[in-house]
Design a protein around this ligand. Structure first.
Ligand code: 6PG
Length: 250
């Protein structure tokens, strides 16, 4: 984990500009070599600032497909909806075509069915057939994201992989509903193998409130049930300097 490149910046503004430049570079490379750039989006405050900047950029949005790495079990127009956040920060301002947008088909009363539906939608887009649980364990059966964007919760959760939840153990599905006791609610989330199959996996983290959580995911005490982000194999960390634990420098 410590060998993963860390890009650290003094301010959140500088951080977002660095992520934006990296995002634009990566999108250009993916579109040039594969004709499409498939991104899994995160909720959270740092990503939101990035999305606003992406909306104002001159990227070729016709070649970018947007998916959600996690979602709350609420209608898309609800204040807590990750779709709503992305819609307002990015999709509407950039006038992104609906054909390139793949939101979680939330079903408040049947999250299990909605999660299964979303997995089917994603499999169709990635051209990966539904397989048995056994063959689903091969890396090639999981989505080859060009980029997975992730936030980090104060409790070391990422996406909606929360401590002590059932989704942490799932390795034969891409996307599942996940009961989170502390919210008394279901969330929807990519599973760890469906995140780790990404070509690029970036954690976007800002603020001193995240220092302890970063310490946990980079630390020696390995316990993914308590620190779910330990399940993830990121390719890069983008952080503000105040989020870094003592002894971690760039
Ligand atoms: C969500 C997220 C979640 C988030 C972290 C960090 O929907 O809640 O996807 O994983 O990224 O909680 O959020 P902040 O950046 O707001 O601290």
């Amino acid at each position: 984990m410590n060998r993963v490149p860390i890009s650290a910046h003094e301010t959140a503004d500088e951080l977002v500009q660095d992520i934006l430049a990296s995002f634009i570079r990566l999108a250009g490379e993916a579109i040039a070599s594969r004709g499409v750039f498939r991104v899994s989006l995160s909720g959270g405050s740092t990503p939101k600032r990035l999305y606003q900047e992406i909306a104002a950029s001159s990227l070729d949005f016709s070649r970018i497909q947007w998916f959600w790495g996690d979602e709350r079990n609420v209608p898309h127009d609800h204040a807590d909806s990750n779709f709503r956040m992305v819609n307002e920060a990015l999709l509407k301002p950039a006038k992104i075509a609906a054909a390139n947008v793949f939101p979680v088909p939330v079903r408040v009363d049947d999250p299990a069915a909605a999660a299964m539906d979303y997995e089917k939608i994603m499999r169709r887009q990635f051209g990966v057939a539904e397989n048995s649980a056994e063959s689903g364990r091969q890396q090639s059966d999981f989505p080859q994201w060009d980029l997975v964007l992730l936030g980090l919760g104060d409790d070391a959760h990422t996406a909606s992989l929360f401590p002590e939840t059932s989704a942490l153990e799932v390795c034969d599905r891409w996307f599942v509903e996940n009961w989170v006791e502390k919210f008394s609610a279901f969330r929807y989330t990519l599973t760890a193998p469906a995140i780790n199959s990404g070509r690029e996996i970036w954690f976007l983290i800002s603020g001193s409130g995240k220092r302890e959580a970063i310490g946990k995911i980079m630390g020696d005490e390995r316990n993914f049930r308590l620190y779910p982000s330990q399940l993830i194999r990121p390719t890069r960390f983008f952080v503000t300097s105040d989020a870094l634990p003592e002894g971690n420098s760039v």
